[in-house]
Design a protein around this ligand. Sequence first.
Ligand SMILES: [Zn+2]
Ligand SMILES: [Zn+2]
Length: 540
Amino acid sequence: MSELECVAYGVGHADEGVCLLLRLGPYRVLLDCGLTDLSSLLADPSPPADLVLCSHAHADHAQGLLALHQAFPALPIYASDATTQLLPLNWAETSSSHAAFCQALPWRTPVEFFDGLSAALYPAGHLPGAAAILLSYTPPSGGPPQRPYSVFYTGDFFLSNSRLVEGLPLEELRGLSPDVLIVDGSYGTSRHPHRRQQENQLAERIQRSLAQKTSILLPTAPLGLAQELLMLLRSHHHFTGRDFTIWVDESIAAACDAYLNILSHLPTSVQNFARHQPLFWDERVRPRVRRLRSGQSHILSSPCIVLAEETVDLEQYTHSDPDAWMILKPQEPHRVVHEQVPYPHSSATETYLLAQHGDGPGTTQLIHNLRPQHVVFVHGSPTYLSDLTGLDELHNRYHLHSPAPGSTVELPIGETFVQPAAPEVSYEGELTEFNEIVTITLPNAIAADPRWQALADTGLIEARWQGDELVLRGLPQRELLRPGGDRLLDWMDANSPLRNCCGNCRHYRGQRCWNMSSPLFEFKVTPDGFCPVFEPNQPE
Ligand SMILES: [Zn+2]
Ligand SMILES: [Zn+2]
């Protein structure tokens, strides 16, 4: 038996949930328990693991935990603090108390559970409280010589910031080099537009329908996407101040209430917002958000927006006037919803993208930043996952696995694994438009690159269209002076660069240019800089 292996009880290919048993040396760690059928875990009278770690509170990762706990009450179960508070939503209908069978772990702090075995949690984006888990095992000294090893499990991850959760902090994890990376591959190799663009597209679609007096029905998972939709509808400029009502069904309302209990775990911007007005329930502000009790759909007045739990019969909302409704359902390729309960075909149905998981470029970016030996893809349809394992840029560099449910993956760890260099990574930035000013925010990794110095030299960039793409490049000082083309270069050659340089200019003080008519005005410049409006220090 290998020192390190993974038994895949559930890999999230469809709706079977995620549940992975890792064997690290003498220990067995269960990562998530999203199974509906626990028979494989309960086959033995003894617990299937020494320890359970839950990545986040979504049903496909957590719904089996209560049954597992009831079968083996002494089996320790851990998650992040926010996750422990959101977990009970999975068992809302059972009356038994779930008094904290899941214990909270802090962020970013390795906790040693057994001799040599420790785990640390990192925020994974995706959902408040969602954690990526770093497991490390150091074999005891004195035994046969073995090296320590580590496994990084992303759970469900998302690199971008959403409205109610910050993205996975890739910067902190760069170069971690775990031996094994177990990664969420939900969207395969597909490429998504920026988050802001996804939001705008959805907001525009909804606005168009409302303008035509069509009501919108949004079937959604009750936890995560539903609250993102509410925040979007409450704060997007298409909707603020508009006189309509957003109705929220009971299971989504319960998840909203749970968010209010974990307010201190939400991004600072959201906490600030919540200081001025209630996060969800506010009668003073338009559009209003109200709870819709079951059986109350007759009180809906058109046009309105209804957020409904995705597995309920949607016809209860649309049946009285199907033509007055537009159903907008999320594009989630890996999920099989509504097999039992059909969609009402009489109403128009469209899909939208408001991703909660990394797209293809996000996934490969994460992998190249972490630099593991093995990559185990889970969570996603098998075709999407095989798109990922088929990528040259991945299988040339890493050992790739995409286990079938019920299989065991052996993960042999090489002593000297030499990796070829990772390809150039492209990083995502954010655009903020305010009147005529556009601010571009770039991740620290770009500024940490030695090439940044050269780009930031003048603080000026050249922007030009290349087809539909906007190309940005830094302008070095010499190039700054080329607006007139080569004529200016000739001018510079003809004039001694040492004489007509910034160091000899009367506007050069404190290493900065103070000539308002110069392109360098207020910028830090080096004494050997040039500028077309050079003025000598002393009149010649
Ligand atoms: Zn999830
Ligand atoms: Zn999931």
